[in-house]
Design a binder for this molecule. Structure first.
Ligand code: PLP
Length: 381
């Protein structure tokens, strides 16, 4: 049996042809493919605007800056995420405040967020960064209510969830990153994610002001619009201290063909999830699916008592499961700046048991059966 990773990209001839033809075209970067990818991505998730970036970490960075985050401000996020969801807050010199997760959905617990917010005076926090963990959409309508009451912004870290949605109280499907409840959504195109660009990301919003700010910050803060002076056709102004966080046309061409296959990919991911659930029901705990939610399934996570034992056992059978995630507040950087003694018991308990099983559209049925047999064989001794 060949080795089975927990996630991998699916690249076909159409993807290869798209990249090759962009290599033969006039623009390798700052050309028409970037704009096309942005427009198609915005249409796919249902947002007004999309700004392509070189990875989601950059996307998160310019998002907090566009929302005006400053030194010593405070933002709430989840510890069960990739470090970048919290690091973007630190890049702005602001403080990360971790709330605990819900033990069944593994998402940031809204009760825990509310408790934290209400334990402090109004204005103490500036924003919240909930994460659509494993592909399960956060109910952003609930977060919007809290955000409006306390004057907070919301960045939806939707890196795991292109194609996911929740149903709101008006019975409307709200696709991840559509910007109806969050101010900004951020996606990643790292190869283990749904859409592979090598590296890449997308920032979505419905606000024209944020769109303009994000576009400026992505490209050095340089623009030819609303200039104070104009010396001629060559002239531009640097109006903000921005970055070079641009996605190339080569990556965008790949992103476009990958995006076109995402809907089918998410359906296949859900089929795989159903098979796992049937096999594990009553025997192994897995992520809860709230009513009306459609999980985009970047990951399929189970909880087991002897997690290390299972991880090592699966590796010995060439199954490369993974752990998502080591709680961010326990990472040495965060420990050293004072988070070591935080008590986030649900997150820490979850971490002691979680393991992500193989989940990607090209996982074959026999491979999945092999994984299930090994997991059940280990657990049932
Ligand atoms: C939840 C989450 N946020 C942010 C990121 C950062 O994405 P990128 O690798 O594109 O910078 C990741 C990537 O692993 C992620 O899983």
């Amino acid at each position: 049996m060949k080795s089975i990773p927990y996630g991998r990209q699916s690249i076909d001839q159409q993807d290869i042809d798209a990249v090759v033809s962009t290599l033969q075209a006039d623009f390798l970067t700052q050309g028409p493919k970037v704009l096309e990818f942005e427009e198609k991505f915005a249409a796919y998730v249902g947002s007004k605007y999309a700004v392509a970036v070189n990875n989601a970490t950059s996307g998160l960075h310019i998002s907090v800056l566009a929302l005006g985050l400053k030194e010593n401000d405070r933002v709430i996020t989840t510890p069960i995420t990739f470090a970048a969801s919290a690091n973007c807050i630190r890049y702005a010199g602001a403080e990360v405040w971790f709330a605990d997760i819900d033990s069944d959905t593994y998402l940031l617990s809204i009760e825990s967020v509310r408790q934290l917010i209400e334990s402090k005076p109004k204005g103490f926090f500036k924003g919240i960064i909930p994460v659509d963990f494993a592909g399960l959409p956060v109910n952003l309508e609930d977060y919007r209510k809290i955000a409006n009451e306390h004057d907070l912004w919301i960045i939806e870290d939707a890196c795991h969830a292109p194609g996911g949605y929740f149903i709101d109280s008006k019975d409307v499907k709200q696709r991840c990153g559509n910007g109806n409840y969050a101010d900004i959504g951020v996606f990643s195109f790292h190869p283990v994610k749904h859409i592979a660009c090598g590296e890449g990301g997308m920032v979505t919003t419905n606000s024209e002001t944020l769109y303009k700010k994000l576009s400026l910050l992505r490209s050095h803060g340089i623009t030819k619009e609303n200039m104070q002076e104009n010396h001629g056709g060559w002239f531009y102004e640097m109006q903000e201290l921005g970055f070079n966080y641009r996605l190339t046309d080569i990556q965008s061409a790949l992103g476009i063909t990958q995006l076109a296959k995402n809907e089918i990919g998410v359906i296949r991911r859900n089929e795989i999830s159903e098979t796992y659930k049937k096999a594990f029901l009553g025997n192994v705990k897995f992520q809860d699916l709230p009513k009306g939610s459609y999980n985009a399934h970047h990951l399929f996570v189970i909880e087991v008592d002897d997690r290390k034992g299972l991880y090592d056992f699966l590796r010995s059978h060439n199954i490369f499961a993974q752990i998502h995630y080591i709680p961010v507040h326990t990472l040495p950087y965060y420990k050293e700046i004072g988070y070591g003694s935080l008590d986030l018991s649900n997150s820490e308990k979850y971490y002691s048991k979680c393991i992500s099983l193989p989940m990607y559209p090209t996982l074959e049925d026999e491979e999945q059966e092999f994984v299930i047999n090994k997991v059940l064989g280990f657990i049932n001794g």
